[in-house]
Design a protein around this ligand. Structure first.
Ligand SMILES: Nc1ncnc2c1ncn2[C@@H]1O[C@H](COP(=O)(O)OP(=O)(O)OP(=O)(O)O)[C@@H](O)[C@H]1O
Ligand SMILES: [Mg+2]
Length: 327
């Protein structure tokens, strides 16, 4: 299937983010490009420090100094957010693009009932009366499987999982076309995490919006996402539909990540030994030359130390940045 222009909701192109430190500029997002289509759940995978949160915050221009966006574009519904005025940007945040982060407690105000907070979120962007905003708050809670009467509850009266559902409901309040979810379930225990992921998948089916879902856990992304991009040390190393990524990973790093976890559909019985990836990601202040993964790569070629491989299309909808797939 070829991608039509109109399918495209977000296009991140050659995004570059640097932290200005005393030691100089540290590039933590290095020319990252990807598309997000209408209606899809795009996953971004990567180890801690690979630049996931930085990308999400850069999209909404919420990065604070010493972080600086030093290149690229973020085109959302045809407009480059990186050159948008502050007023327009503020109008867009929450209403068109919402952000859900890991820590629900930080996103909620402890002294306001959740109904008041949901109603405030609505009234910040829309001219509606208190009553109808509260009525909408009740429906939003229902949407995430919370008893609507809980509008009167305060954050501390809810479990961690319920609070995270409230945060998701808040993100949905203004029917955004894109929700950025940065590790939204990572702080929760596995059972609660699964419930919320299932709820997110159903919400996506019921309502017309797209999700950029960020996680260090590739196994979660493989279950939830339509397509997945894999980050390594600030660079996108592979992007493909979830099934294809699982069945035919092309980058040695992606292959290593997939071998790191047991597959859900694996037959019960003795499992093959989990094979990790030896070594650790590089220090962003001093990245290795060439392909940043080469010091850990079991298949490296001489070229890998000399030049960084460009992201190249290897099959329909499948891009890889690896010298192996080009030789
Ligand atoms: N204020 C800062 N100054 C300098 N470097 C920073 C700053 N904030 C983040 N970084 C660096 O930017 C890089 C990317 O960080 P980021 O938080 O985007 O990673 P992440 O993929 O979201 O990691 P995690 O899985 O731990 O959330 C890291 O190397 C981090 O050390
Ligand atoms: Mg992060």
């Amino acid at each position: 299937m070829t991608m039509m222009e109109s399918d495209q909701l977000l296009r991140v192109e050659d995004l570059r983010v640097e932290y200005l430190t005393e030691a100089g500029r540290v590039r933590v997002v290095d020319d990252v490009s990807f598309n997000l289509r209408r209606g899809e759940i795009l996953g971004l995978a990567g180890e801690s420090g690979s630049g996931k949160t930085t990308i999400a915050l850069a999209i909404l221009r919420l990065l604070k100094p010493p972080a600086v966006i030093t290149g690229g574009s973020v085109v959302f519904e045809g407009r480059d957010l990186l050159s948008l005025g502050e007023v327009e940007l503020r109008r867009l945040r929450g209403r068109k693009i919402a952000l859900v982060t890991q820590s629900a407690m930080n996103a909620l105000n402890p002294v306001l009932s959740i109904g008041e907070q949901l109603a405030d979120a609505i009234r910040e962007h829309e001219r509606v009366g208190r009553r109808s905003a509260l009525e909408r708050a009740r429906r939003l809670l229902d949407l995430v499987d919370i008893d609507p009467d809980r509008v009167r509850s305060y954050p501390h009266e809810l479990s961690g999982g319920m609070r995270q559902r409230v945060v998701i409901a808040m993100a949905m309040a203004l029917s955004p076309s894109l929700v950025l979810m940065d590790e939204p379930t990572t702080a929760l225990d596995v059972a609660v995490q699964r419930e919320i992921l299932a709820r997110i998948a159903r919400l996506r089916q019921e309502r017309d919006f797209s999700i950029l879902f960020i996680s260090h856990d590739l196994s979660i992304l493989l279950e939830l996402c339509t397509r997945i991009g894999v980050l390594y040390a600030g660079r996108l190393v592979e992007a493909a539909p979830a099934r294809r990524l699982l069945g035919s990973p092309q980058h040695p790093y992606t292959g290593g990540l997939i071998r790191c976890f047991p597959h859900a559909d694996e037959a019960p019985g003795p499992r093959p030994r989990l094979v990790g990836i030896p070594g650790a990601p590089p220090d962003p202040r001093d990245p290795p030359p060439g392909c940043r993964f080469h010091p850990r790569c079991g298949q490296r070629l001489p070229a890998c130390q000399r030049s960084a491989p460009a992201l190249t299309t290897v099959a329909t909808d499948h891009e890889v940045a690896c010298h192996l797939t080009r030789s």
